[in-house]
Design a binder for this molecule. Structure first.
Ligand code: 26W
Length: 798
């Protein structure tokens, strides 16, 4: 095809293939070296990898950006035009999925032998559109035009069994053994993705599994004329990796979800044991060779799967198998919401994975024996700690199975890990305290600073060199420049340019006009009541109400653009109501001439990684306002601070560590601490009392209930207001005044741009700790005990 006929996507594919070709030799060399050395590695098992676009990251990792731009220029092609056609693989919901993507980037950059294992969903996270301000989900057919970054390996397909029953037989030395007689099976086809380290020649692998029928097509049935029946097996099998479950907190307990979890776990263990390890490898040495990191409870079925392989297939006895299984798994918990901890009914496991259920029962029996030994006579404790919950229905508590079996259990921020020890998993921590540790989350500086914010990157590199890209603690060398007025004004120019770029994107993407002369106040994360988007709405509505009632002269209002980005799980009704309210308030406030454009609400649909990369560098204020004790960590908070936004937040998750590092004077803290929340809740929380005693709050809630944002239709948002007045499970009303006071402090601070910018520079200088490279080093020291292995690129051409 000659260039003239080529579409932009053709040109993009050509460039992508050129870059991947360059990486191919490094990929093969990494593989060769790993096979040669057989050194300890890390396998990251995750049901989600929110990768984002790949082209720019690959150009950065190979340092080919400039050459590519020039050679394309020579052909009259703009690199920028090509990068915009890339479809981002949305194979994740939010924090957990994006963290996995940051982690594998850091593992490659730190030269750690590692492999990511997950699912190649044909449809990723849904595309969000707004119809009359309400969320409407569209399927995410991201593979429509194919993906140049994936390499299918049907020759390495794995058969995965399901269903059937188990039968007791005797093995040749007469010992009673259980044998699984599966009912049906599918095939898992691996698709490999390159995970390039930053300019170090290493290219690790992300292996995502896609399901297909063992027998794609039944010709006899077809010839008998029953065409649908002939392909039924195929469609049935493909369903397993068809679509990502869009829930990010409340499991729906769907059978297909468990099928997905077992499917990718069984493929991954089989692949590692039979294809990655050398033939005849003695699995008793597995702990020296690998740690399987379990990214939340979603891959925990891997535990009975490994036991099954070692006992049923390798003929080991229980203790042999348990000894190895105990050492090779480690579990990371990412939540504090009790409802987010997955439990699988034993009835479903009996049907789908009967042999695994037997093994889980045995693990639990041995564990409860240890509990009774340690706490003789304390049956209540044994019942509490049992992996098997008896009510409301008999079910397996996956978090307990992971905690009992894993060598290590970690939370994702200091406060979160402490709450796991003190509350969520207290009994287990009391019994095995040495098993519990913390690794505070991090984000990759390559994507979220170097690529997303070239202006700031240039400024930093000019000041301290470019070592910070792989050693983010070096940002601390910027500290003295916080008092350098020249640097401050350059810093402000960069922020202003990022705002202009964001405004252009908003115009082009959604036809939304952003006034770059305003403070950009951003709240972007999944829509969930514990994250308290409603607190942000009450701030805006209260300001609006005060202006409309004349209590607040419009000229006293700091011009702000409130940027929201948030998807709601399709089944989460209250979350969808809140999205509708935000858009309704936006429509009313934005079009109200009385506001003279001083307050604007911008809510671009379909918030994703690509939009985050454009918004975060443009933000002045980062909203991290969850109720203390509910946000495990947060990672958006880190990205905003590293890009020079100031944080208004509660002492929750990693906000605590951000505030400790940047200093109280560079952080707008508000609200109750976790112990205070605990006290208020246990004392019996009366949300309506705050409505009664706080006039501004009452007027804001009344305005919402009045229909002012719904063309006078009173009932429109009644459910939201009623829920806040009656339950308010996440204490929005209780923290309202403290939040309003903090926002007033923000207005005052923003009026002094020099002081604000100084504070912003200090935020950048003091948050190098939040690099996912540092997180990986912590995992290596505390959990994985694997060593980096460098790839010598000198021998490689090009
Ligand atoms: C089964 C439904 C489901 C799906 C996903 C339940 C829970 C999840 C995830 C654990 C939710 C999640 O993304 N948690 C977020 O993980 C981030 C990375 O550690 C943290 O920074 C966030 O605080 C946490 O909410």
């Amino acid at each position: 095809m000659d260039l003239l006929q080529a579409s932009v996507n053709d040109k993009y594919l050509a460039l992508a293939r050129t870059v991947r070709h360059y990486l191919m030799t490094r990929w093969l060399e990494t593989e060769r070296r790993q096979t040669e050395l057989q050194s300890k590695a890390v396998a990251y098992l995750s049901a989600e990898f929110l990768l984002g676009r790949q082209l720019d990251n690959s150009l950065l990792a190979t340092d080919l950006e400039e050459i590519a731009a020039e050679s394309l220029q020579g052909l009259g092609i703009e690199l920028d035009e090509l990068r915009t056609v890339e479809v981002e693989p949305g194979l994740g919901n939010g924090g957990l999925g994006r963290l996995a993507a940051c982690f594998i980037d850091s593992l490659a950059t730190l030269d750690v032998p590692s492999i990511g294992y997950g699912i190649r969903y044909e449809y990723g996270i849904f595309k969000q559109t707004f119809v009359d301000g309400r969320q409407v989900e569209q399927p995410d057919n991201w593979l429509e035009l194919g993906s140049p970054w994936e390499f299918p390996h049907p020759e390495a397909a794995v058969t995965v069994n399901f269903g059937g029953h188990t039968e007791k037989t005797a093995d040749d030395d007469g010992r009673e053994v259980s044998r699984w007689v599966p009912g049906w099976s599918v095939e898992g086809v691996p698709y490999n993705y390159m995970v390039p380290g930053y300019q170090n020649g290493r290219v690790n692998t992300l292996r995502l599994w896609s399901a297909r029928a063992t027998k794609a097509f039944d010709l006899q049935i077809f010839n008998a004329g029953d065409y649908t029946e002939a392909v039924r097996a195929q469609t049935f099998a493909e369903n397993i990796s068809k679509v990502l479950y869009p829930e990010d907190s409340t499991p729906q307990g769907k059978e297909l979800r468990l099928q997905q979890q077992y499917f990718f776990v069984a493929c991954s263990l089989r692949n590692f044991i039979e294809d990655v390890l050398p033939a005849g490898y003695d699995l008793h040495k597995l702990p020296e060779r690998i740690t399987f990191q379990l990214n939340d409870t979603h891959p925990v079925i891997a535990i009975p799967e490994l036991m099954r392989i070692l006992i049923d297939e390798r003929g080991w006895n229980w203790d042999e198998a348990w000894d190895v299984t105990n050492q090779v798994f480690a579990y990371t918990c990412h939540t504090l919401l009790p409802e987010a901890l997955e439990v699988w009914p034993t009835s479903l496991l009996e049907k789908l994975l009967p042999r695994h259920l037997e093994i889980i029962y045995r693990i639990n029996k041995d564990f409860l024996a240890r509990v009774r030994e340690t706490y003789p006579g304390d049956e209540m404790r044994a019942r509490h700690m049992s992996i098997i919950a008896e009510s409301p229905e008999r079910a397996v508590r996956m978090a307990y199975l992971a905690t009992v079996t894993g060598s290590k259990v970690n939370g994702v921020a200091a406060l979160h890990s402490q709450l796991l020890r003190d509350k969520v998993l207290k009994d287990f921590s009391d019994m095995e305290p040495e098993k519990f540790t913390n690794v505070t989350n991090g984000v990759t500086p390559r994507r979220f600073v170097r690529l997303a914010n070239p202006g700031l990157s240039g400024l930093i590199t000019e000041a301290i060199g470019d070592g910070w890209v792989t050693d983010l603690d070096r940002l601390s060398e910027l500290e003295p420049l916080a008092d350098d007025s020249g640097f401050l004004s350059r810093f402000r120019e960069v922020k202003a340019a990022n705002k202009a770029r964001f405004a252009d994107v908003m115009e082009a993407r959604d036809g939304i006009r952003v006034d770059t002369g305003t403070m950009v106040d951003a709240m972007v994360k999944r829509l969930h009541e514990y994250k308290r988007q409603m607190l942000k709405v009450l701030h805006i509505v209260s300001l609006y109400e005060q202006v409309k009632s004349g209590a607040l002269p419009i000229e006293k209002v700091t011009p702000r653009t409130f940027v929201f980005g948030a998807k709601a799980a399709p089944g989460y009704r209250m979350a969808k109501e809140i999205i509708a309210l935000i858009n309704a308030v936006g429509r009313t406030v934005n079009d109200d001439p009385a506001m003279q454009g001083r307050l604007t609400i911008v809510f671009p649909p379909n918030y994703n990684v690509t939009l985050a990369e454009k918004l975060i560098p443009a933000a002045d204020l980062s909203e991290q306002i969850s109720v203390a004790g509910k946000e495990a960590s947060g990672t958006g908070n880190m990205k905003f601070a590293l890009n020079g936004a100031l944080t208004i937040g509660t002492d929750d998750g990693a906000n605590v560590e951000i505030r400790e590092l940047v200093g109280d004077e560079n952080f707008f803290l508000f609200g109750m601490s976790e112990p205070e929340v605990e006290r208020v809740v246990s004392a019996g929380y009366e949300p309506a009392s705050f409505y009664d005693k706080n006039a501004a709050l009452r007027r804001a809630l009344d305005l919402i209930a009045s229909g002012a944002f719904s063309d006078g239709r009173r009932g429109e948002f009644e459910p939201i207001v009623a829920n806040l007045l009656e339950q308010d499970r996440f204490l929005v009303l209780a923290d309202f005044q403290s939040y309003m006071d903090a926002q007033a402090r923000v207005d005052t601070a923003y009026a002094d741009q020099d002081a604000w910018t100084r504070s912003a520079v200090l935020n950048v200088a003091r948050t190098g700790f939040f690099s996912s490279d540092r997180s990986m080093r912590d995992y290596l020291d505390r959990i994985w005990h694997a060593e980096p292995v460098s790839i010598d690129v000198s021998s490689m051409q090009g």
